[in-house]
Ligand binder design. Structure first.
Ligand code: NAD
Length: 481
């Protein structure tokens, strides 16, 4: 299907398309031109979306799980059937190359499909002549799902798919920087899902806080920065809403001296620079053993020379711009700080004037461990290469971070690498790869990288309340006729 950028993008409330109370422009980060206007959801319209979700909840939660699984498959089918148009729209608003936009859209479809294979367990706690006890997982109610701009579709589906499977209804809010593809998916799903089961709202900076403080929302599932995550948790505390928080990271990769440098350089490059570094689980600190520091650094620079950066809609482009001005300025500020402190740049450091939020590939040579570029999440194409000698020391440096999202270890000695992996305080650790996520493996952050998890049974159960039911057998005699 071809999707017109000139079409009216509308909110989805109670299964209907609704124009926003006003609208706001969505920019293409490659050229800063307006892609389209997005509806700006008013407070009253959010109330309507929450009311529609509440109205749909009794029937949806009582719908047999087999039917809810069919609904997830239908979502996957609709997204998959429209991937070409959705991919173009996503590249226009997000900036990533078409191939990556396709990965995000199809990843969302895959997540819905794979989540449909999960089941919700019932545990029989006892079953005697006297009593039967069962612990069940029941839906919570209305879930407010808040998504970021780096992978708008798959990260929204991380929330929507398990929430719906567990029997909840949803109000989904995409980032104001990337609302269009999500709104379009909402439009395509009208009539596919029962009215009110999935509502989609877009808006400005006030909409998220309205959701987290809304009395009609029972749970918030949030993906975004740790800074915003703290605000979400504080706001949700007022009504003790359940929260799942998927937050920032500062993943380290530890590269041991026994690796084949030429073979790992390309993988390590993309571990840091895929999606222009805008990945929560991107490698943001690359610790390289001193014996291979120089050759690896040369191999990375050599590989970087052949990588094409540009408008994601152009043929052959592998890295797009930073998605938005705010993030662009954050990344430039980190580069300016590194320059001001006199750190050595192996490549990059100068930024073209624009238009477009382009930051060239930037690699720094062994900046101090306590520098901002090492300690802060850069979320852009800027990577510090760091030298190490002693394993205990590099593990301590890796773990001396408020973040604990991911991390990786690279070595030909798998046993040794697994042992190091077990000493890293992060929710996910990879050996000899990065960023592999599976709907069957739980994903979540330790420390200030999050609370709870997504994916797998663990993630699914985050959308349930635990309920234990005891039956005292033959305790009450039937009334006499
Ligand atoms: P952000 O925190 O600025 O925004 C995320 C979402 O929250 C957006 O939809 C935004 O509109 C909304 N929001 C903003 N303020 C809010 C508030 N006070 N209350 C409620 N909602 C509010 O994050 P971002 O810049 O969109 O995304 C980048 C960050 O997300 C990075 O730190 C990255 O590491 C993190 N991230 C984490 C994961 C993960 O799974 N752990 C995945 C992707 C991105």
């Amino acid at each position: 299907m071809s999707i017109s950028f000139d079409s009216d993008f509308t909110l989805t409330i109670g299964g209907k398309g609704v124009a926003g109370a006003s609208s706001f422009p969505v920019l293409n980060p490659a050229n800063e031109q307006v892609v389209a206007s997005a509806p700006d959801c008013s407070r009253e319209q959010l109330d309507e979306a929450v009311a529609a979700a509440r109205a749909a909840f009794p029937i949806w939660s009582a719908t047999p799980i087999a039917k809810r699984k069919e609904a997830l498959l239908a979502i996957a089918g609709v997204i998959g059937a429209n991937v070409e148009g959705l991919k173009r729209l996503l590249t226009a608003e997000q900036g990533k190359p078409y191939a990556d936009a396709m990965g995000d859209v199809l990843g969302g479809a895959y997540w819905a499909q794979a989540t449909s294979t999960l089941d919700i367990p019932v545990k029989v706690t006892e079953d005697t002549a006297e009593r039967r006890g069962e612990t069940r997982h029941v839906p919570i109610g209305v879930v407010g799902a808040i998504a970021p701009w780096n992978f708008p579709i798959i990260l929204a589906m991380f929330k929507v798919a398990p929430a719906l499977l567990a029997g909840n209804t949803v109000v989904l809010k995409p980032s104001p920087f990337t609302p269009l593809t999500t709104l379009k998916i909402g439009e395509l799903l009208r009539g596919v899902l029962p009215d009110g089961v999935l509502n989609i709202v877009s808006g400005g900076d006030e909409l998220g806080p309205w959701m987290t403080s809304h009395p009609g929302i029972d749970k918030i599932s949030f993906t975004g920065s740790s800074q915003t995550g703290r605000k979400v948790m504080a706001s949700a505390a007022a009504s003790l809403k359940r929260v799942t928080l998927e937050l920032g990271g500062n993943d380290a990769a530890i590269v041991l001296p026994d690796v084949d440098v030429a073979a790992v350089a390309e993988q390590l490059f993309w571990a840091a620079f895929r999606n222009t570094g805008q990945i929560c689980i991107a490698t943001k600190r690359l610790y390289v053993h001193k014996d291979i520091y120089e050759p690896l650094n040369a191999a990375l620079l050599d590989y970087a020379k052949g990588v094409k950066m540009g408008d994601g809609a152009e043929q052959g482009v592998q890295m797009g711009p930073i998605n938005n001005k705010l993030q662009y300025e954050r990344v430039l500020d980190l580069i300016a700080d590194a320059k001001a402190k006199g750190y050595k740049f192996l490549v990059g450091g100068d930024t073209p004037p624009g238009p477009g939020y382009f930051v060239p590939i930037t690699i720094l040579d062994n900046p101090p461990e306590d520098s901002r570029i090492v300690q802060e999440e850069q979320f852009g194409p800027v990577l510090p290469l760091l030298k190490f000698d002693d394993l205990d020391d590099v593990i301590a440096r890796t773990n001396a971070s408020p973040y604990g999202l991911g991390g990786s270890v690279w070595s030909a000695d798998e046993e040794k690498a697994l042992d190091i992996a077990s000493r890293i305080a992060s929710g996910t650790v990879w050996v000899n790869e990065t960023q592999y996520l599976s709907p069957l493996g739980a994903f979540g952050g330790m420390k200030q990288s999050g609370l709870g998890s997504e994916g797998a049974l663990e993630g699914l159960l985050e959308y349930t309340n635990v309920q234990t039911v005891y039956l005292k057998k033959k305790a009450v005699a039937p009334a006499a006729e």
